[in-house]
Write a protein that binds this ligand. Structure first.
Ligand SMILES: *[C@@H]1O[C@H](CO)[C@@H](O)[C@H](O)[C@H]1NC(C)=O
Ligand SMILES: *[C@@H]1O[C@H](CO)[C@@H](O)[C@H](O)[C@H]1NC(C)=O
Length: 307
């Protein structure tokens, strides 16, 4: 049995939440204040986290252009590079505060399934099957699906998922995996926000994406979210708030927040590239720019946007 954690941009539900709690009676207003002031705490459930050197294997399912692959690979390569803040590695360092101990992600093998051997409409077990291909020791396998591939839950509830499955028939060892879909044509308003007009909620103009590819820049946000969730809660017993079947994790607990002053529908204050007009908040290798979501910091019990 595979277990997965679903991650969707819940800007819409945040909005719904706030509109549910803004009726005109004084009692409910007080309730709103109470709800908003509750400190955000992700509890540790005593299970293992992924620490030390962890290899990230990639499975490309369907067609990706070379520039698209390079945007995602450069992001992974940036995670453990030395780059002055605000940078991709200064963002990733926050994961090291979870039970103190750094996680170095190392790019591993890439597998290509350009012609979609399992078809263009994947069920959840097929995603696990794709992730199963390869070596799982101290590793995370990431399955990327192309824009014309549909996956169970994609664009309905999920922009991607992470989970774990048995690595061998005895089930003694488990492997961790991630799936992220390219939302460019199927649901950019859900899974590539804030680079595309949101489907629901407050309408703000879309931001210019830092690498000129709305779908793939959205995938970076979702991959970042799921990598942080995987290393801090790989087997459903790490850090999360809520139930293990629908947990709020390191980044999904901070959904919709990218900079100071964020509120539902507004990603917060960001840096802007003077030449391209693109919004970003972190620099990666070769001067590449990325927009990364806020991450819960265990030392402050708050969503940190200072990357
Ligand atoms: C991780 O890899 C680096 C470089 O290969 C090595 O120096 C280091 O000892 C490794 N760390 C662990 C915890 O295995
Ligand atoms: C995928 O299909 C195309 C067109 O049929 C073919 O040219 C190509 O060699 C195939 N790629 C692989 C990796 O099998």
């Amino acid at each position: 049995m595979a277990s997965t954690h679903h991650f969707a941009l819940v800007v819409a539900s945040l909005f719904l939440f706030s509109s549910l709690f803004v009726p005109s009676t004084a009692t409910t207003r007080k309730l709103t204040a109470l709800v908003q002031q509750q400190p955000l705490v992700l509890q540790y459930h005593n299970g293992p986290l992924l620490k030390g050197n962890i290899t990230v294997h990639l499975v490309w399912y369907g067609k990706f252009t070379t520039p698209q692959r390079v945007i995602l690979i450069d992001f992974i390569l940036s995670l453990n590079h030395h780059i002055h803040a605000p940078s991709v590695p200064s963002w990733w360092k926050i994961t090291g505060k979870y039970k103190n101990g750094f996680t170095s992600l190392i790019l591993g093998k890439q597998t290509f399934d350009e012609n979609c051997s399992l078809g263009k409409s994947l069920k959840t077990p097929q995603v696990t099957r794709l992730a199963r291909r390869g070596d799982h020791r101290q590793a995370i396998t990431v399955v990327f699906t192309a824009k014309d591939v549909t996956v169970d839950g994609f664009c309905m509830s999920d922009c991607g998922t992470h989970g774990s499955a048995k690595a061998d028939p005895t089930g003694k060892t488990k492997f961790a995996y991630i799936w992220v879909g390219n939302p460019e044509t199927q649901c950019p308003g859900q899974c590539a926000w804030p680079f595309h007009q949101p489907i629901y909620g407050p309408q703000t103009p879309p931001l210019v994406s830092p690498n000129g590819d709305v779908g793939v820049d959205g995938m970076v946000i979702n991959l970042a979210t799921l990598l942080a969730g995987t290393v801090t809660n790989p087997f459903d017993n790490g850090y999360y708030q809520g139930t293990s079947s629908a947990p709020l994790e390191a980044v999904s607990a901070c959904t919709g927040i990218y900079g100071e002053g964020a509120y539902p529908g507004y990603p917060g204050e960001l840096l802007v590239d003077k030449t391209t007009g693109a919004s970003y908040n972190a620099v990666g290798i070769r001067g590449r720019k990325y927009l990364l979501p806020a991450m819960w910091d265990p030392t402050t019990s708050a969503c940190s946007t200072l990357v």
